[in-house]
Design a protein around this ligand. Structure first.
Ligand SMILES: [Zn+2]
Length: 213
């Protein structure tokens, strides 16, 4: 479908950002053919069990996610959704009772106009047959994490950033928690802590991308 945007700017590939044809997909054939295998692992000493990411946070994928988060390209969620859903199905399975996400603060959401992880959760949920539930509230006083601080500092910076909206909604649930980018895992671990404290049975994490170590 063409939009006003297309009349002003040429349609560009979601991943490599090279111009694509005026109609149809926003994914060039080269990128469509080169979608990588998901990356996954288990996390020891964190408040979640397993994690999966659709791709590494580097090169074209990193630039793509930055456009998604900060460049107003909220529609990218529709493209990311199938890749993330595939990653979840392949590496984590489908045994989840509740789909939720790591929210941005209300202040940030107002400035940006959307919450990117909520959009991701909705796109993934449409494919997994689950409606995402907003379970966490993020305080606006918490600053986004900087890459210059070390792991311990990140963990203490993020401590207390989230509170549960409705404990009844998470009690006894096996939760799939969606986030955009996994860095140290401190943010999802803190979100996981709050969910587990509220009575969640388990927390597994699916992120769009993970930073290379
Ligand atoms: Zn491309």
């Amino acid at each position: 479908m063409n939009t006003i945007r297309d009349l002003i700017w040429p349609r560009r590939c979601v991943i490599c950002h090279r111009p694509v044809g005026p109609a149809g997909e926003r994914l060039c054939p080269a990128c469509a053919a080169a979608i990588p295998e998901p990356i996954s692992g288990a996390k020891r000493g964190a408040n979640y069990r397993r994690w999966v990411a659709a791709f590494w946070y580097e090169d074209d994928f990193r630039a793509s996610i930055l456009r998604f988060k900060f460049g107003g390209c909220s529609f990218y969620a529709d493209y990311y959704g199938p890749w993330l859903a595939r990653a979840v199905e392949q590496r984590l399975g489908r045994d989840f009772d509740l789909l939720t996400y790591v929210p941005v603060s209300p202040l940030r959401r107002r400035r940006r106009g959307y919450d990117q992880s909520r959009l991701l959760a909705r796109a993934v949920g449409a494919l997994l047959g689950m409606e995402p539930v907003s379970t966490l509230h993020k305080s606006s006083r918490h600053r986004p994490q900087s890459r210059t601080v070390d792991r311990e500092e990140r963990q203490s910076n993020i401590r207390g950033a989230f509170r549960i909206r409705d404990p009844e909604a998470v009690r006894g649930k096996r939760i799939l928690l969606i986030d955009d980018v996994l860095t140290t895992g401190a943010t999802v671990s803190e979100a996981g802590r709050v969910l587990l404290e509220a009575g969640a049975k388990s927390v597994d994490v699916a992120a769009l991308a993970v930073t290379p170590r």
